[in-house]
Ligand binder design. Structure first.
Ligand SMILES: O=C1O[C@H](COP(=O)(O)O)[C@@H](O)[C@H](O)[C@H]1O
Length: 225
């Protein structure tokens, strides 16, 4: 497969169209299966998509939602990805979803990885993975130069790993390359000219330098100015 790039006239159109696409793919999966899983990014970009998706008319009670990565800070910290999710996605109709919180309150993400791995395993492979991307071409918390990046990109990586990187302000926990690239449907959400340039740069690099590169061949990329 090759990357499918979709450009939208504005961010609102992007959010409406992408939320609709995700909801359709989840609903389609639920037609033939007991449950579906939805993996989403944190950061700043997905807020509008979350707002729209939270009102989608799907059987949320059979959907398990989790983040692709979490910053190891309290759930009410302004940098918590879980806080973004609780405020903008897990409300309205989506309030009925089953949510696996990646932040456990353990002192270090290293202490939580095994228990989280067990909680996530029944929900793999991921039905729909929505990924974000930083200007440095990281996705989830797979940062270029991160301490465990090579292990997290390897075929035999566990589903989740603790990770630390210069570009990340705090320790993180992240889904690894194999579990994200095994998702049945992969969407990448990027906005603004800098991210478009970063995406173009990533296409010419090795995934170890540009982790987003590992997902592009099987992804639909959604971009608006
Ligand atoms: O740190 C993170 O960054 C990426 C990109 O975030 P954005 O603010 O540039 O949209 C995000 O996908 C990831 O989940 C988050 O932890």
């Amino acid at each position: 497969m090759s990357m499918d790039f979709r450009e939208y006239p504005d961010r609102e159109m992007l959010a409406l169209s992408l939320a609709d696409r995700i909801a359709s793919q989840v609903a389609q999966h639920l037609r033939g299966n007991d449950g579906a899983s939805l993996c989403v990014p944190g950061g700043t970009s997905p807020m509008q998509v979350f707002e729209t998706l939270s009102g989608a008319d799907i059987d949320w009670g059979r959907v398990t939602v989790f983040l692709g990565d979490e910053r190891w800070v309290d759930g009410d910290h302004k940098r918590s990805n879980g806080r973004l999710l609780r405020r903008h996605l897990l409300k309205d109709k989506a309030a009925g979803a089953n949510y696996i919180d990646l932040y456990t309150g353990d002192a270090r993400p290293d202490d939580a990885a095994d228990a989280l791995e067990q909680a996530l395993q029944p929900h793999l492979p991921i039905t729909v993975a929505l990924l974000g991307m930083g200007n440095d071409m990281h996705t989830a918390s797979l940062f270029p130069g991160a301490d465990h990046l090579a292990a997290a990109m390897a075929n035999d990586a566990p589903a989740l790993m603790p990770i630390r990187a210069e570009g990340a302000e705090e320790p993180r926990i992240t889904m690894t390359r194999p579990v994200l690239s095994d998702a049945m449907n992969i969407h990448v959400l990027i906005m603004g000219p800098e991210k478009r340039e970063a995406l173009e740069r990533a296409q010419k690099l090795d995934p170890i330098e540009a982790p987003i590169r590992a997902f592009l061949d099987n992804a639909t990329v959604h971009w608006a100015e």
